[in-house]
Write a protein that binds this ligand. Structure first.
Ligand code: FMN
Length: 330
């Protein structure tokens, strides 16, 4: 049914416009109580937080904290908001999001369009004050586009200071391909002061590091060692890829930006296994990238992930898909 509606109404539209329409429909469905959160049968404790289930909405879908309750009602046990930057910013010019239907994939170069840390934190705090059932809320932090690498740690510090109180956990995003130079911050010399700044401002909340699938193996291992040295809560593996190998050469694949969807699955699993080996059992790993069916989600848990996140699979799978996937992870 969703496929039919998707093909009829959403496919001909620009993906960002369909996202905006979908957002309005979901908010209305929630308001009219067509969708509502169901009480969880059992809870999972990860990083000292209680999750309804092991499935989460990956960063970038609800950048501005406008869909927290509807996403909970659709079956997500956690929602990662953002990426949030200290000041609001418009992101890159449109179009900046593209479907790659032959791979059930997406390409995006959104560029951290968001309402800014203060506004987003306030939205979450208002939700919390309502005393309603909520999923675990992660806030993914970044830096403003115009901030130079030399001042990056201060920008991450400012961002964390603004959102820490609202968040259950914090995710440090140094892996988006759509902010020039951002991924260079994954090198340990630049990464260390950023992570130290975030930890200092985190109010003791768990801090996770989100890495790119395109990292060279030695840089990946160095980043994991830093996670261990600084006693972070864990890692989120992984962000979108700028690589295009093995995916063909259709016109849309020439668009600049991060590719997501099933093409990421094998690299995401490789990173998951390597990270579990390197970090041991004491650290949390959230696996994200190319989870498109229950078997794939289950495999991530079997390979050592504590939690699984999705973005692209949700776009292609539709509103009933997260609850099905979450059930399969019990
Ligand atoms: C349109 C779009 C926007 C995204 N924005 C962000 C973002 O702001 N911050 C971030 O850390 N990841 C962002 N991501 C990456 C996702 O969180 C996820 O890591 C990636 O898409 C791989 O998962 P998937 O294959 O399930 O989509 C974005 C992905 C997409 C498709």
């Amino acid at each position: 049914m969703y496929r039919l509606l998707f093909n009829l109404f959403f496919k001909p539209l620009d993906p960002e416009l369909s996202h905006q329409i979908g957002e309005k429909v979901l908010k209305l469905a929630f308001k009219l109580r067509i969708i509502r959160p169901r009480p969880a049968n059992s809870k999972f404790s990860v990083m000292g937080l209680e999750f309804d289930n092991r499935l989460g909405l990956a960063a970038g879908f609800d950048k501005n904290a406008k869909l927290v309750r509807p996403m909970h009602a659709l079956g997500f046990g956690h929602v990662e908001l953002g990426t949030v930057t200290p000041l609001p910013q418009p992101g890159n010019p449109k179009p900046r999001s593209f479907r790659v239907p032959e791979h059930n994939a997406l390409i995006n170069r959104m560029g951290f369009n968001n309402d800014g840390a203060a506004v987003i934190a306030d939205r979450v705090l208002r939700l919390r004050a309502e005393n309603v059932p909520l999923p675990v809320i992660g806030i993914n932090v970044g830096k403003n586009k115009w901030v130079e690498a030399s001042a990056a740690a201060d920008d991450y510090r400012t961002c964390t200071r603004l959102v820490a109180q609202a968040a259950d956990y914090l995710a440090v995003n140094v892996s988006s391909p759509n902010t020039p130079g951002l991924r260079d911050l994954q090198q340990v010399e630049t990464l260390r002061p950023i992570l130290e700044a975030v930890i200092e401002e985190s109010l003791g909340k768990p801090v996770l590091l989100k890495l790119a699938p395109d990292l060279a193996d030695e840089d990946f291992i160095a980043a994991l060692n830093l996670v261990r040295d600084l006693k972070l809560a864990g890692v989120i593996l992984a962000n979108t890829t700028i690589r295009r190998d093995g995916v063909g050469n259709s016109e849309v694949l020439k668009e600049v930006g991060g590719l997501s969807g099933p093409v990421l699955a094998s690299r995401a699993k490789e990173m998951l296994v390597a990270a579990r080996g390197q970090l041991g059992p004491g650290f949390t790993i959230i696996s994200v990238g190319g989870v498109s069916n229950p078997q794939e989600a289950k495999e991530r848990i079997e390979l050592g992930a504590d939690l699984v996140q999705v973005y692209t699979g949700f776009i292609y799978g539709g509103p009933l898909w997260p609850a099905r996937l979450a059930r399969s992870l019990h």
